[in-house]
Write a protein that binds this ligand. Sequence first.
Ligand code: ZN
Ligand code: CU1
Length: 185
Amino acid sequence: MIPHFITAKRVWRLLGALCLAVALSACNDTTNNTHDQHAVAIESGEECHLCGMIITKFPGPKGQLYKRGNANNLKFCSTRDMFAYFLDPEHQHNIQQAFVHDMAVNSWEQPDDKTYIDAREAWYVIGSNKRGAMGPTLASFADQESANSFADKQGGKLYHFDDLNLDLISSMGMGNQAPNKHTTH
Ligand code: ZN
Ligand code: CU1
């Protein structure tokens, strides 16, 4: 008769191998999807994934996220709403691609959907005079120099994507106040 512990050991080995296989195939999925995905045009009448507002009715840079398990990009009325969703620990690890408008090549009132850039590579100005759909917002730029000269004219502080976090986004408020308590970097 075979002792029970041998059977149990084999079961655990099998489970271990299975987990590894699942983990590896999940990794492959990620890379494949990432390469295929692009920013798309936002049609009139489309609603913000976070707040439900009609996106094209409002000025300022917009955002799009490509999230694991979704067929289409999630679209947002403002960079602010996009980051409120993106930087939420519940969503962050499932976001494969993130796009924002490059405001160096756009009018603030109506940014062009052909000018999306990788949000993870971008520079941001928070606390400027310019308002987005939800009030204070993040002005997004492909390069640091453009972001700097925007901040010179419109006020606000410069951040790279890596400096952004949910606390910072939450502290932006609805009114005219710049997020003064974040003066580091
Ligand atoms: Zn929104
Ligand atoms: Cu909104």
